[in-house]
Design a protein around this ligand. Sequence first.
Ligand code: AKG
Ligand code: FE2
Length: 264
Amino acid sequence: MDANQGLKKKLYKEGFIVLKKFFNEEEIKNLIELQNINHLNKNIIRPLGNYPEYWNLISNNKLLKILRDLLGDQIVFLHNSHSVIQKSDIEIDSNWHRDNVSRVYGNGPDWDKKTDYNVLRVAIYFPEKNNKTGLGVIPRTHIGKGYICNFLRRTRTEFKRIYHSKYFKFIINNILGKNIYVEQGDCVIFLANLYHRSLPTKGIRRAIFLSYGVNNTHAKNFLVYYLIQRDDSNEFKLNKEKVDTENFKKFLKNQDLYINFPQI
Ligand SMILES: O=C(O)CCC(=O)C(=O)O
Ligand SMILES: [Fe+2]
């Protein structure tokens, strides 16, 4: 039996798992350095394929080992990835959302029960000490609780004042939602169709986000959505002016993480 069988069960049941201190101090130091070199003045950079210094993280052995335990041996890298250094709450969008294609619960191919949904998001955090931050989640919204998401969506569009009120937010964020507070080197892995949000944060917030899956229809739909369908899909595409894209594809092939790019 896989060492991580328990984690796998938990991931599919709750929609997320938390790996405390997944990266050690040396690794954290290197990741912070990596950000400092690549961000310059930007608070967000994406996709990370455009930044060769991040490739080692994409193929990090420890990370791939756990992902293979969760998804099976044939995992692929799904390109939607970014790195953030957010200096204040203003730079953080803390709205509840899903990262998958079919955003409305039960509606669209992501919810087709023929193939289990298994696109994973990996969030790696390295906040400064005493800086409360992390990820908000509504557990099990990847398999049920569609009414919560519908209710939230309706309130956001039709009853804006209520949606933005302190009391309403408190109930949703703290009673239905769960705040996962993180420390440096913690890693949260969640299914892309789980309802989640960034936690508002005082002070500098540093994090890196990656996406993985297996070569199935969900992964293909995810790529089509981010690389082609979205209005801002240019932000998610590899940029030939920044990187030798063929070289990145070769790298992914060598690491056994490659999936064909969607054709228009
Ligand atoms: O900032 C975070 O903690 C979460 C960001 C997020 O929702 C995402 O990258 O999809
Ligand atoms: Fe997200």
